[in-house]
Design a binder for this molecule. Structure first.
Ligand code: PLP
Length: 413
């Protein structure tokens, strides 16, 4: 099967630049490189890259504020493009520097405006991302609330029934990572949202869609969460330093981000200020507009191709990879869950996962090393200390996957 190639796929040729090779050293390598680290950071399309570079050039020609004014319409459209990606009104989208910043801003607002008390409960999935669990532990330690891990179900994804069974009015925050970065699981974020609503829970519901945005369909309205955060650089194929958070109407009505600045609020008089309407109250004044414009471009390419098409293509490559890996002696595919993401993980025989990642890179295959510090509870439960993570995208062909498996086989011989 030939995979769909998003619009503008040919390599960057340096439009507007004197020295294209300096701008995009990857372009020269793309023909031989098999990039299977899209869960780390994907390769941008030509159009996304040239959008970012051209904007930077324009800033250098006429000034940053003047370039902003020139591109104002396109820049304002990015909130709507991201909103369309996650089915959320554009006023409920904030553009920030990373998934972590988006998620943190939501948590800061909760901690500041709806403080937790001793005995309150915070529930997270066992494979929750470490950067979410660490601040929740901080919050629990400071307030006397307790952090609890929701058990996995028999398939290895979050157990929605067990979750529903443990809900009471003391549950104040629920945080679920949709597609964890270190296993192939896709957690049932809609089921968790339904359970919260069915039980009339007052809990704030945070969804980390960092690894799912751009590879899986996301429907913010249907999930019914209070905040959905994601990064631009992974499956969306946007630039580094971009991210977003979509916020619920309840969050916008009831919470005030802390601290505010002169973008997120207006100083109206001595001792008074007015908070900005909509989710842009979660943004701050300064941003890389070159990166934001390029994020809009990457998102538009997804909207043009269709997320269902992209999802099918990534899933097909990931399954091909799992089958190929399972054939190699001593390699054990570790992915689980009823539905699997485009993240493929496997433990390795000698020379071990770390050496395999290095040797794969030398052989022209980008993979990444997945270690226990990203999700220590989940790793311990499955008795894994480290594994290799491989994550294809639409620009990876069937042949690329076969090549990658063959090169791994060589390393393991
Ligand atoms: C599941 C998950 N959540 C959050 C993050 C953090 O994203 P960022 O580095 O954009 O803050 C990552 C990064 O790898 C991730 O995999």
């Amino acid at each position: 099967m030939q995979l769909p190639v998003p619009a503008g796929e040919p390599i960057y040729t340096g439009r507007g630049c004197d020295s294209p090779d300096k701008v995009n050293p990857v372009s020269a390598l793309r023909s031989s490189l098999i990039h299977l680290n899209n869960a780390g950071s994907a390769l941008p399309s030509t159009h996304t890259l040239s959008t970012q570079v051209d904007y930077l050039i324009r800033e250098s020609q006429i000034g940053g504020y003047e370039a902003f004014a020139e591109y104002a319409d396109d820049l304002h459209a990015v909130h709507a493009q991201v909103g369309a990606l996650v089915n959320c009104p554009s006023e409920q989208v904030a553009l920030v520097e990373s998934a972590t910043v988006g998620w943190d801003r939501a948590l800061q607002a909760i901690a500041h405006d709806d403080p937790l008390e001793p005995g309150d409960r915070i529930l997270v999935a066992s494979s929750e991302y470490a950067s979410n669990v660490i601040p929740l532990m901080q919050l629990a330690n400071k307030t006397g609330a307790q952090l609890e891990f929701i058990p996995d179900g028999p398939d290895g994804d979050v157990d929605v029934e067990a979750f529903a069974g443990t809900l009471d009015e003391r549950v104040r925050i629920v945080s679920i990572t949709h597609a964890p970065s270190h296993n192939g699981v896709v957690n049932d974020i809609v089921g968790i949202g339904d359970a919260l609503r069915f039980n009339g829970s007052p809990a704030w519901y945070l969804v980390d869609a960092c690894q799912s945005a751009g590879q899986l369909p996301l429907d913010f309205s249907r999930i019914g969460c209070d905040a959905l955060s994601a990064t631009g650089r992974k499956f969306i194929r946007g630039p580094r330093g971009t991210g977003f958070v979509a916020a619920s109407q309840r969050m916008l009505n009831d919470l005030e981000p802390f601290p505010l600045d002169l973008h997120s609020a207006t100083w109206t008089g001595p001792g008074s200020y007015r908070v900005r309407s909509g989710a842009r109250r979660f943004e701050t004044w300064e941003a890389s507009y070159a990166a934001i414009l390029a994020l809009g471009c990457a998102v538009q390419e997804i909207l043009d191709v269709g997320i269902d098409v992209i999802h099918a293509a990534i899933s097909a490559r990931a399954e091909q990879l799992r089958l190929g890996l399972a054939e190699l002696p001593g390699v054990q595919v570790r992915d689980r869950g009823k539905q699997r993401s485009g993240i493929v993980t496997a433990t390795m025989p000698a020379p071990g996962a770390a050496a395999v990642v290095t040797q794969l890179r030398d052989a022209g295959v980008n993979a990444s090393l997945s270690t226990a510090d990203y999700a220590p509870i989940d790793f311990a439960e499955h008795e894994i200390t480290e594994q290799v993570r491989l994550s294809p995208h639409t620009y990876i062909s069937e042949d690329d996957i076969d090549q990658a498996v063959a090169r791994l086989q060589n390393i393991l011989q």
